[in-house]
Design a protein around this ligand. Structure first.
Ligand SMILES: [Zn+2]
Length: 216
């Protein structure tokens, strides 16, 4: 069974980051699409934050398709709390190393249940910069979350997690959903994150999905 980790791009049921373009899909037979590169479930390329960083079309598909992934349950975290390395993630370090360089770490806060409501944007747990650095040092390539950002919106710490991850060649996937269902199919899962090949673009909506790894 394949678990879809993607919010449908439904103009009537959508959370958009403040200031980003809205989503329009109109016409019939051929729909015209108008949307920001960070609409819905999407991936941030390094060029989103890093000058001369890789754009989304420059990310090899080997990085994105059929990668081992680990889902970390953080649903106990309080609203607006920081996800910390020592407290929340260090215990999973051996597993991150075990799954090898290039793995995907999925942080499940449970916030996807608030998608398309005003509370989705408010008080979600966010990732400490130091924790982000530690995650990358374990060989994690992609950090995925079920929130709108790994950083607090307008928080005093700015974009620490974005800078730490994208600045070291990592990638961020935001607005994932169904991480609970994914975790229920097993500890070891496989995940694909499939962006459009948008030349020169700093991100792309994705179809993200996961399945149970074959035990060898
Ligand atoms: Zn983004």
């Amino acid at each position: 069974m394949i678990i879809d980790l993607t919010h449908p791009l439904d103009p009537n049921k959508l959370t958009i980051y403040p200031g980003d373009p809205g989503l329009k899909c109109y016409g019939y037979s051929v729909h015209a699409l108008s949307l920001g590169s960070h609409t819905g479930t999407h991936i941030d390329a390094p060029s989103h934050f890093i000058l001369n960083g890789k754009t989304i079309d420059e990310i090899p598909l080997d990085t994105l398709v059929s990668r081992p992934a680990l889902v970390v349950d953080l649903t106990h975290k309080k609203a607006r709390s920081k996800i910390l390395w020592d407290e929340d993630l260090a215990e999973f370090a051996p597993k991150m190393k075990d799954l090898g360089p290039g793995m995907i770490l999925l942080l499940r806060t449970g916030w996807s249940e608030r998608w398309a409501t005003p509370t989705y944007m408010e008080k979600y747990p966010y990732l400490d910069r130091h924790a982000a650095e530690q995650i990358l040092s374990m060989g994690v390539k992609i950090v995925g979350l079920d929130t709108i950002s790994p950083d607090e919106i307008d928080g005093p710490e700015g974009y620490g997690a974005h800078e730490a991850i994208l600045g070291t060649g990592g990638l961020i996937v935001e607005n994932l959903t169904n991480l609970k269902a994914l975790a229920e199919i097993g500890r070891e899962v496989m995940v694909s994150i499939v962006p459009l090949s948008l030349t020169g673009c700093d991100g792309s909506p994705v179809r993200a999905f996961g399945w149970k790894a074959q035990v060898q």
